[in-house]
Design a protein around this ligand. Structure first.
Ligand code: GPK
Length: 829
C-alpha cells in the first residue's frame, strides 16, 4: 500500500532543491541541527567525534538523496543492472570523498569556518572501514565510484565485518596486530535495513522425494539457520549519481526460543545466538593465500545467499518472471570468494522456485561473470569435499551434478582422460576438493583477468584447457583507479595546478590529461610542478616523524614501496639494494648516490612468517642506517606502520619513485603502480601486470625498466635455477647476503635473518638474485636523472599526462561493453 503524501514528498526531493540545500548557509544550519538534535550535544561537551558525526550525517542526507533519485531513474528506465559480489571492500574515508563528489567541499569548509571549526581537522577524525586486505578490496571500491559516476544501475554486495583488517603496530621492530574496532564510535554512513533480511541455512542433510505430480525434488533439512540483515552505505559518483553498497550482518533468527524455562537451555540459546553472529565478526587477513577455515566458507556462502535472495526478491517485486533473471542482472564475481553463488543460484531456482535443471542452468550460466585476480597457486581457492559436504550438503550435490554434466560434455567433445581430470571441478589429488576457479569458470559466461599480461597468462596457463574449449568466454579488463579519490581529493595542490592549465574536464575524462604534454618542457610549469611535490613531501615528513619517529629531509629522493608484504612482491630486493648502498658509503664510494629516503609500508598476513621477517629486516636496516651519522645524511629508511587508504592518500602524492618490482608473471595487475604515476612519480619496475601497459602509455624512455620478462623467468626456472651460483660468483651479492647474517642487524643476533638468507641462497623462488644486478644498474640511472631536475620533472609531467587509460572509469566502460552489456543511464540532475 502506497502512502500518497509520502510519494508526493519523494518526488519533490528531486524537484525542490531547497529541501536539502548545497549552500554554505544550508550546510551550516543542517550541521548544527544534527549536532543538537541528532546527537543531543550541548556546546561545552562537544567532542571532535561529535563534530565529525554531525557533519557526516549532514553529508549522508545529501548522499542518500542522490541514491534515491538515481534508483528512481534506473527503475523508470527498466535498465539492466549489475551486482558486484565481493567479500572485500576498502572504501577509504567517506567524508572527504562525498564532499568532493557532491561538489560542496568549499561551501562546507566555509560553513565550518564561520563556526570556528576546521574542516581538515574534522576529516582527520574518520576511522575508515577496513573491510578488505589490499588491492582486490580497493579495486572493488574504485569500481563502485566509477559505476556511480557513469550511471550504471549497480549494487555492491558484501560482508559487514565487525572487525576489519587488523591494525598494524610495530613493536621492537616486529609487526604486531591489534583488533580494528572501526564501529566503536558508530558508523554514520550506513543505514540499517531491519526489514531487508534473509535466512541462510547451514549443515544438516538433504532428502530426495517425488511429489504427487511425479516431480523429483530435494529438501534440505539444515542443522542451523542464520539471519542476514542489510546495511546500506551510499556510494557517490562524481556530480550526481549514487549507488549503494549493501553489506550483510549475521544474526540469530528471531524464532529462537528465548522464553525458556530452565537456565541451562537459556544459556544454550544465548550461545547459539553468539555463534550466529560470529559469521560476520572478522575479516580473514590472508591476502592471496587460502585460509581453508570453516568460518571463511560460511562467510562466503552467507553473503552470497543473502545477496541472491535479495536480487530474486527485487526481481519478483518488480513483477518480472524468474526466467528472465539473467536478462535483468549481471553478477560480477570478484575472484572466487563468492563463487559458491553458482551452486546457490541453482539451488534457489531448482529447490525454492521449482525450476527444471536446464532452465536453471541456462539462467545461472548467463548471469555470472568471473574476474580472476591471481595466478599464484597458493591463492587458488579449494574447499575440501568433507568440509563442503558438512556445511553445504545440498551445494555439494549440485556441484557433483554440474560436474558430471560438464565432464560428459567434454567426453562428447572427445577430450582424453587426462584433460578431463585436469578440468574437473573436483581435484582428486590427496584430499578431494572442489576447485572454485573451475566452478566459477564453468558457471560464468565471461572470465577476465585484470591486465593484458595476466589475462594472457590466465588463458595460456592456469585456465588453458578452458580457454581452448571456450575461447570466446575469455577476455581482459585492465584495472583502473578512482582518479577522483587518488588525485582530486588526495593531491589538491597538483589537481589545482593541472586544472589551472587545462581546465577541469579531467574529473570525468582522464584522457584529457594529454593536454599537459605540451607543458612538459616548460621551465615555469616544471617549477610549479616541483613546488607542489615538495609541499606534499613536507606533509608526508610530518606523518613519518609522528608515526615512525624518523626525521626525513623533504629534499631527498622519496623512493617508495607500499603494498602488502609478500615474497613475490620482493620488498627484500629493495632492502638488499639499500644494504649495498650502505656498504658503498661505508667504503667511501658513495659519491654518485642520490640522497634518498626509502619508504616502506604494508601489512603482512599474521601467519606468514617470511613476510613478517621482511618487516623485521626493514626496521633493522632502518635502525642501523638512521642512527649512523656517516650515512644518515645520505640515506634514510622508514617503515610507516598501518598502511591503509587514509595513509595511502598521503603517500602517493609525495613519492618521487614508485617501486613495482615483483617477479614477472606474478603480479596480476597492481593498482598502486597507477596511483603513483598519476601523482607524478616515475616508476622503476619489471614487465609485470599492468606495468607493461603503463610503460606502453608513458613511453619506455620515461620508465625505469629492469629484470627478466615472464618468459625469461620461466626459462630460468626450466633450466634449473641455482641461486647459490650468484652468491658465489657475484661479490656484491655475497657481501650483501653475508651482511644479513653478520650480526650487524637486529639485536646483534646473526641467526635472526638466517631463514631469509637460506631461502635466497637455496631456493629464491622469486629470483631476486637473478634480477639483482639489473635492478642496481637501473638505480644508478635513477640517481643520475635525479641530479637533472628539469629532465626529471619533464618525465614526471609526461607520466601524468599519459595516465588517461588508468582511470577506473575506463575499466568500468570496458566491463559494460565486453561483459555486462549494460548501458550507462544518463541521469537528470
Ligand atoms: C589478488 F588474488 C588476489 C587477492 O587475493 N588479493 C589481492 O589483492 C590483487 N589481489 C592482485 O595481487 C593485484 O595484482 C591486483 O592489482 C589486485 O588484486 C586487483 O585486481
Amino acid at each position: 500500500e502506497h502512502n500518497r503524501s509520502i510519494e508526493k514528498y519523494f518526488s519533490s526531493i528531486g524537484e525542490n532543491a531547497s529541501e536539502i540545500g548545497r549552500s554554505k548557509a544550508d550546510i551550516k544550519k543542517d550541521f548544527l541541527h544534527k549536532l543538537f538534535y541528532h546527537l543531543g550535544r550541548v556546546p561545552a561537551l562537544t567532542t571532535d567525534n561529535d563534530l565529525y558525526t554531525a557533519l557526516a550525517l549532514t553529508v549522508r542526507d545529501r548522499a542518500l538523496r542522490q541514491f534515491v533519485r538515481s534508483t528512481e531513474q534506473f527503475a523508470e528506465k527498466d535498465a539492466r543492472g549489475v551486482a558486484y559480489f565481493s567479500a572485500e571492500f576498502l572504501p577509504g574515508p567517506h567524508l572527504g570523498n562525498n564532499l568532493l563528489n557532491l561538489e560542496i567541499m568549499e561551501e562546507t569548509r566555509q560553513a565550518l569556518a564561520e563556526l570556528d571549526l576546521d574542516l581538515d581537522h574534522i576529516l582527520e577524525q574518520e576511522v575508515e572501514p577496513g573491510l578488505g586486505n589490499g588491492g582486490l578490496g580497493r579495486l572493488a571500491s574504485c569500481y563502485m565510484n566509477s559505476m556511480a559516476t557513469l550511471g550504471i544501475p549497480a549494487i555492491g554486495y558484501g560482508i559487514r565485518y565487525e572487525f576489519g583488517i587488523f591494525k598494524q603496530e610495530i613493536r621492537e621492530g616486529w609487526q604486531s596486530e591489534a583488533t580494528d574496532k572501526w564501529l566503536h564510535y558508530g558508523n554514520p554512513w550506513e543505514v540499517m535495513r531491519p526489514e531487508i533480511s534473509y535466512e541462510v541455512k547451514f549443515g544438516g542433510r538433504t532428502e530426495a522425494g517425488t511429489s504427487k505430480e511425479g516431480k523429483y525434488f530435494v529438501e534440505w533439512h539444515p542443522e542451523s539457520v542464520i539471519k542476514g540483515t542489510a546495511y546500506d552505505t551510499p556510494i557517490l559518483g562524481y556530480q550526481s549519481n549514487g549507488i549503494i553498497m549493501r553489506l550483510w550482518k549475521a544474526e540469530a533468527v528471531e524464532s529462537f526460543d528465548f522464553s525458556i524455562y530452565n537456565m541451562g537451555d537459556y544459556y544454550r540459546a544465548v550461545e547459539k545466538k553468539l555463534r550466529s553472529e560470529n559469521i560476520t565478526k572478522v575479516l580473514y587477513p590472508n591476502d592471496e593465500n587460502l585460509s581453508g577455515k570453516e568460518l571463511r566458507l560460511k562467510q562466503q556462502y552467507f553473503f552470497v545467499s543473502c545477496s541472491l535472495q535479495d536480487m530474486i526478491h527485487l526481481h519478483l517485486l518488480q513483477g518480472r518472471r524468474l526466467n528472465e533473471f539473467h536478462e535483468k542482472f549481471s553478477v560480477q564475481l570478484n575472484d572466487t570468494h563468492p563463487s559458491i553463488a553458482v551452486a546457490e543460484l541453482m539451488r534457489l531456482l531448482l529447490d525454492e522456485h521449482d525450476m527444471e535443471w536446464d532452465d536453471a542452468w541456462h539462467i545461472t550460466s548467463h548471469t555470472f561473470a568471473y574476474t580472476n585476480h591471481t595466478l599464484l597457486p597458493e591463492a587458488l581457492e579449494k574447499w575440501s569435499i568433507s568440509l563442503l559436504g558438512r556445511i553445504l550438503p545440498r551445494h555439494l550435490e549440485l556441484i557433483y551434478e554440474i560436474n558430471s554434466r560438464f565432464l560428459e560434455e567434454l567426453r562428447e567433445k572427445g577430450l582424453n582422460g587426462e584433460q578431463i581430470a585436469r578440468m574437473s571441478l573436483i581435484d582428486d589429488h590427496g584430499e578431494q576438493a572442489v576447485r572454485m576457479a573451475h566452478l566459477a569458470t564453468v558457471g560464468s559466461y565471461k572470465v577476465n583477468g585484470v591486465s593484458a599480461l595476466h589475462s594472457r597468462l590466465l588463458k595460456t596457463q592456469v585456465l588453458n584447457d578452458f580457454a581452448k574449449l571456450w575461447p570466446e568466454k575469455f577476455t581482459n579488463v585492465t584495472n583502473g583507479v578512482a582518479h577522483r579519490r587518488f588525485l582530486a581529493l588526495s593531491n589538491p595542490r597538483l589537481a589545482s595546478l593541472i586544472t589551472e592549465k587545462i581546465g577541469d574536464q579531467w574529473l570525468t575524462d582522464l584522457t584529457s590529461f594529454r593536454e599537459l604534454e605540451k607543458y612538459a618542457g616548460d621551465p615555469a610549469f616544471q617549477q610549479q610542478w616541483r613546488k607542489v611535490k615538495l609541499e606534499n613531501k613536507k606533509e608526508l615528513c610530518k606523518l613519518l616523524a609522528e608515526r615512525a619517529g624518523v626525521e626525513v629531509d623533504p629534499a631527498m629522493l622519496f623512493d617508495v614501496q607500499v603494498k602488502r608484504i609478500h615474497e613475490y612482491k620482493r620488498q627484500h630486493l629493495k632492502v638488499l639494494h639499500i644494504i649495498d648502498l650502505y656498504l658503498r658509503i661505508k667504503d667511501g664510494k658513495g659519491e654518485d648516490i642520490a640522497a634518498s629516503a626509502f619508504i616502506f609500508a604494508g601489512k603482512a598476513a599474521p601467519g606468514y612468517f617470511m613476510a613478517k621477517l621482511i618487516i623485521r629486516l626493514i626496521t633493522a636496516v632502518a635502525d642501523l642506517i638512521n642512527n649512523d651519522e656517516e650515512v644518515n645524511r645520505k640515506l634514510k629508511v622508514v617503515f610507516l606502520p598501518n598502511f591503509n587508504v587514509k595513509q595511502a592518500q598521503r603517500v602517493y602524492p609525495a613519492a618521487d619513485l614508485s617501486e613495482q618490482i615483483s617477479m614477472a608473471g606474478k603480479e596480476a595487475s597492481g593498482t598502486g603502480n597507477m596511483k603513483f604515476a598519476l601523482n607524478g612519480a616515475l616508476t622503476i619496475g619489471t614487465l609485470d601486470g599492468a606495468n607493461v601497459e603503463i610503460m606502453e602509455e608513458v613511453g619506455e624512455e620515461n620508465f625505469f625498466l629492469f629484470g627478466q620478462t615472464t618468459e625469461e623467468v620461466q626459462e630460468t626456472k626450466r633450466k634449473g635455477y641455482r641461486p647459490y651460483e650468484f652468491y658465489e660468483e657475484n661479490s656484491n651479492i655475497r657481501r650483501v647476503l653475508d651482511f644479513l647474517v653478520s650480526g650487524a642487524l637486529g639485536e646483534g643476533d646473526p641467526e635472526l635473518f638466517r631463514p631469509l638468507f637460506n631461502n635466497l641462497v637455496q631456493q629464491d623462488q622469486y629470483q631476486l638474485l637473478k634480477d639483482f644486478r639489473s635492478y642496481c644498474e637501473k638505480k644508478e640511472e635513477v640517481f643520475k636523472l635525479w641530479a637533472n631536475e628539469s629532465e626529471w620533472d619533464r618525465r614526471s609531467i609526461l607520466n601524468v599526462a599519459r595516465m588517461g587509460k588508468f582511470s577506473s572509469d575506463r575499466s568500468i566502460r570496458d566491463y559494460c561493453e565486453n561483459i555486462w552489456n549494460v548501458e550507462p543511464v544518463r541521469l537528470r540532475d
